[in-house]
Design a protein around this ligand. Structure first.
Ligand SMILES: Nc1nc2c(ncn2[C@@H]2O[C@H](COP(=O)(O)OP(=O)(O)OP(=O)(O)O)[C@@H](O)[C@H]2O)c(=O)[nH]1
Ligand SMILES: [Mg+2]
Ligand SMILES: [Zn+2]
Length: 319
């Protein structure tokens, strides 16, 4: 091992964990390096988080004279994709405008719970807009199926099946529905996201068969989770592929979506858009709108359309 280090002082790898100013990087040969940046660390990613979980980085190895492998991050490579959130200004000590939660992901796993917290399809729709815009595969996982009447839940999820999204039903509590999830994750780099307390970390622990991550209790009074996971962590899955656990979110912000391009990320709109009288139709107030007609005739799900309107309204007019 030491010989190899001397011959090859520079290597590349993937960031698995971030804790403060220290990073755990797994090099391409599988060695874990405790790493840090230096004022000369280069990046191609602009005003965003300098180093995020999932990032591909180049390392300069540090000779510690011990068994611990340490390295300096010299370069952060451009990201193929990024799950981001707006920076919390109160906690922001750096210049970054956008915080990267997970980088270079192939697949987004959106976890919702059937109950506690209540199933929220608005949030699913926001994630799907993001996933469509970034061309990521998406899996929707409805967890805590032990707590709710499954017919109602499945009815709410029907539009997503119809649109061709993968919808999986699980109960981490009863260890049910895990096989299809394992299969869907194999060989890919997936990030798991969703509200706090829906069971993201519990599901990931089950994939390993033992606890790798801390899990929490949902807050009985508010029904809201207590934000147990505070940092993203990437783990190598037993069946191949990587999974990134991320902290629960309150709202998913769509920073790169505009009022003009939003319509392209509701994929059921594409077939009816040609029926709109105006080519630039926003599908909100215009007469002779193919989408509105589709909603009225029941060909487009009205809840999905409501989500479109809500997202449209939430996007700044001039963005
Ligand atoms: N009844 C039931 N409870 C579950 C299930 N899955 C998870 N829980 C419980 O839900 C609570 C929250 O689980 P976590 O895995 O910590 O949730 P999380 O999504 O990782 O939350 P954050 O890390 O805060 O984002 C814990 O008390 C779990 O035991 C399930 O399928 N059924
Ligand atoms: Mg968690
Ligand atoms: Zn229209």
């Amino acid at each position: 091992m030491n010989n190899k280090k001397e011959q090859k002082p520079v290597t590349s790898g993937m960031v698995a964990e971030v804790s403060g100013a220290s990073y755990i990087v797994i090099s391409d040969d599988g060695t874990e390096f405790r790493s840090r940046t230096f004022p000369g660390t280069k990046t191609d990613n602009g005003d965003t988080t300098l180093v995020a979980v999932g990032d591909r980085v180049q390392l300069k190895l540090v000779d510690t004279g011990t068994d611990i492998s340490e390295a300096i991050i010299t370069l952060v490579l451009p990201r193929r994709s990024a799950l981001t959130r707006k920076r919390d200004v109160r906690r922001n000590r750096s210049k970054e405008k956008t915080q990267v939660i997970a980088a270079n992901i192939d697949q987004l796993v959106v976890v919702v719970s059937a109950y506690d917290p209540l199933l929220n399809t608005r949030l699913i729709d926001r994630y799907l807009v993001f996933a469509e815009s970034e061309q990521l595969d998406t899996i929707i996982v409805v967890n805590k199926m032990d707590l709710e009447d499954s017919t109602e839940t499945r009815k709410m999820m029907r539009p997503y099946h119809a649109l061709g999204y993968t919808v999986l039903y699980t109960s981490a509590e009863k260890k049910r529905g895990m096989k299809p999830l394992k299969k869907a994750l194999a060989g890919k780099l997936s990030a798991v996201s969703g509200h706090s307390g829906v069971g993201k970390s519990t599901l990931i622990n089950l994939l390993f068969g033992h606890d790798r991550l801390k899990t929490g209790e949902t807050n009985e009074k508010t029904g809201k989770g207590l934000h147990t996971t505070s940092n993203s962590v990437m783990l190598l899955l037993p069946g191949g592929g990587y999974i990134i656990d991320t902290p629960g979110i309150r709202e998913f912000n769509l920073s790169d979506i505009t009022r003009e391009n939003l319509r392209f990320y509701f994929k059921e709109f594409l077939t009816y858009m040609t029926d709109c009288a105006y080519s630039s139709c926003s599908h909100t107030v215009e007469p002779e709108c193919g989408i509105l007609r589709g909603v009225e005739a029941g060909r487009i799900d009205s809840e999905r359309y409501e989500s479109y309107l809500a997202i449209y309204e939430s996007i700044d007019r001039d963005s």
